[in-house]
Design a binder for this molecule. Sequence first.
Ligand code: ITT
Length: 214
Amino acid sequence: MHVVGTLFIMKLLIATRNPHKLEEIREIFDLPGLDIVSALDYPEIPDVVEDGETLEANAVKKAVTLALATGLHALADDTGLEVDALHGAPGVYSARYAGEHADYAANNRKLLAALNETDNRNAQFRCVIALAEPDGRAQYVEGVCRGAIARAPRGENGFGYDPLFVPEGHERTFAELASAEKHRLSHRGRALTEARRAWSERLAPEPEKPNPAP
Ligand code: ITT
């Protein structure tokens, strides 16, 4: 941590190489005094293998690995789309639902095909955010957004399953909403609001303390 003007600036590493996710986290988590960097700024650190069986395990692994590798506080996001009729799938496997190197369109096509025969379109996004200290101690919080899977992709904004996800109480998909509207409702918005509440002392800037009298 170093002092600029009257604020302490703390460097926070976002443990992701997904540029869409990083952009969303930057937009939602713009706390004063936080200097946000990401795993994209550390190309020499190998990708973390996401072999956990839960979102929590993967989020903690990503945050702890990057914190220990850099000596910084690290914040990781692991997110899954949990579909009721598929007993919670694709869940922790959301990124590689249609195969190891599947793109978003292939994952969306597979999801539509899997739900072809069912009228139960209910689903939720669940986002786990982990914060690791430079010594490797970690905690996590979560945010959930309930909704339904549309019959066909709609909209150009966002990423991943956004063109298929209609948040509860709304008619448009996440990909049809402006980013600020998505953040207000979304799993990531909710998890980061909880993160800010739970970790405000660790992440909020402190006013500069007056110098002791000589
Ligand atoms: P990092 O691990 O580097 O953070 P990733 O893309 O692998 O990036 P996840 O393991 O959390 O991230 O994968 C979750 C997948 O779920 C992601 O690839 C998207 O397909 C999807 N996803 C995550 N957040 C989403 C969101 O807000 N809207 C739509 N789809 C999302």
